[in-house]
Design a protein around this ligand. Structure first.
Ligand SMILES: *Cc1c(COP(=O)(O)O)cnc(C)c1O
Length: 476
């Protein structure tokens, strides 16, 4: 009944071959899946099998029934959203994690799962030039989370714990707590506001500078003062380094001064862009982090070559985090935990159970080395720069500036409706995949470079496809 080690070896080789063939031939697929809603489901049996089936039947169905409904995120012409790099070493690291099948909820349930994680998050902090206070050998430390959204939620919980003196966890929310974001902050913060019981209405929206879309620290200070005077308790400010919409960069140092004056927790969401600091020439993006920040999250699972899921969250003081999240039921009591000599990462996250995610990050950091990581980030930035230059040189288009990292925001000088129709036509073609946002209320196209296989030729071809579609639509 169970797959024997020999069967596993046979099918495992087939699966690895399947993946290698898929990745080698990825350009033969349309980038975006060309299926109607419900089409994939309709092609699958309505009922589960009574008898087990050979694994190759599943592989055959994967080709025939599943692949048509897959959007190819690793395709070199995938320019939508942000990249979700899934590289060879990360896939293999994840496979090893699955193969070991450990559950690393506490140190004692698999010591290497915890200790390798400590090593790789400390390594990554060093690679990104993050402050020594983020290292695990002091009061702070890092942890791998499933997502930047979870990292934000955990940061809000730690901040609530600190500002309430621990009473929120025991007694629930009994006062009006507030958190501070901008119109450009990721929706994960509003979600955290809802989940924690702070309430979406108490997620306060600070003004942005109209040209850079970065948070206005003076308005933050004014809101904090007004809210405090009105009896609210400010719990957390979220600054973003590289917003999702346009990669705007909030002024962390200036925001940090305001937070320090008001004793408010400062969380930095650098989900997409934080990993760019692996390049010394980009370390300026973290100005103010060392002086002011309480927590900081970035996603190796976007642009740093590591497959989902791998967000790293660092805190400068782990006490409020553990204070907010640690509960010790009898079944988890063990001498190592009681000795205080080990880390139990279950106390740093929402779920109890945890996968051995450190293996894939370890595999990536060792395979690429700092030099390889830097080369990947630099190549994305250079290719995006090349695309931006093409846009800037064509007076049918507007380029959104300032521009950072691997994202180009641009628009034909058209109405929103015409741009949305153009976007749909381009994406329907299967030749490339772009996404959109709104900047000052107007539809703007997003061209995000960061796939490992994208070359200058792919970028030129994408531009040719866009300009051809614009020319075909004609002036109006
Ligand atoms: C992508 C992104 C997120 C969400 O990341 P998840 O890991 O998918 O939760 C949060 N913040 C920013 C700035 C992002 O770009």
């Amino acid at each position: 009944m169970h797959m024997t080690p020999d069967e596993f070896r046979t099918y495992g080789k087939q699966v690895v071959d399947w993946i290698a063939d898929y990745r080698g031939g990825i350009e033969n697929h349309p980038v975006r899946a060309k299926v109607r809603p419900g089409e994939i489901r309709a092609g699958l049996p309505a009922h589960p099998p009574d008898r087990g089936e050979p694994f190759d039947r599943l592989l055959a169905d994967l080709d025939e029934r599943i692949l048509p409904g897959v959007t190819h995120w690793q395709h070199p012409d995938f320019f939508a959203y942000f990249p979700a790099n899934a590289t060879g070493p990360s896939i293999l690291g994840d496979l090893l994690s699955s193969g070991l099948g450990v559950q690393g909820m506490v140190w004692a349930t698999s010591p290497a799962c915890t200790e390798l994680e400590t090593v790789v998050v400390d390594w990554l902090a060093e690679l990104l030039g993050l402050p020594p206070g983020f290292r695990t050998d002091g009061p702070g430390g890092g942890v791998i989370q499933d997502s930047a959204s979870s990292a934000a939620l955990v940061a809000v919980l730690a901040a609530l714990h600190r500002v309430s003196g621990g009473t929120v966890g025991d007694e629930g929310i009994s006062r009006r707590y507030t958190i501070y974001v901008t119109s450009e902050t990721h929706s994960a913060l509003e979600k955290a506001g809802r989940i924690t019981g702070i309430g979406a209405r108490n997620v306060r929206v600070v003004d942005v500078d109209p040209s850079t879309l970065a948070m206005d620290p003076a308005h933050l200070a004014a809101l904090l003062e007004a809210d405090t005077a009105a009896g609210a308790v400010p719990a957390l400010v979220c600054a973003t380094i590289g917003t999702t919409s346009t990669t705007a960069i909030d002024p962390v140092a200036a925001i940090g001064e305001v937070c320090q004056a008001h004793e408010v927790w400062l969380h930095v969401d650098a989900a997409y862009a934080g990993v760019a600091a692996v390049c010394p020439e980009l370390r300026w993006i973290n100005e103010g982090v060392a002086e002011y920040v309480d927590s900081y999250a970035t996603n190796p699972h976007k642009w740093l070559l590591t497959n989902h899921d791998c967000t790293v969250l660092w805190v400068t003081d782990r006490a409020p985090l553990i204070g907010a999240l640690s509960i010790l039921p009898e079944f988890l009591r063990n001498p190592a935990t009681e000795s205080g000599a080990v880390i139990d990462y279950r106390d740093w996250q929402i779920p109890l159970g945890r996968r051995f995610r450190a293996l894939k990050l370890w595999a990536v950091l060792r395979w690429y080395g700092a030099e390889g990581l830097r080369a990947h980030i630099r190549s994305g930035i250079e290719l995006a720069g090349g695309f931006a230059a093409l846009v800037a040189a064509d007076d049918r288009f507007e380029l959104h500036e300032p521009r950072h990292f691997g994202l180009v925001c641009f628009r034909p000088k058209w109405t929103d409706e015409r741009i949305m129709a153009l976007l749909e036509r381009l994406n329907e073609s299967g030749e490339l995949y772009l996404s959109h946002t709104r900047v000052h209320g107007r539809v703007t196209l997003r061209f995000a470079v960061g796939s490992t296989s994208t070359t200058a030729q792919h970028v030129r071809d994408a531009w040719a496809a866009i300009t051809a579609a614009v020319a075909q639509a004609g002036p109006r």
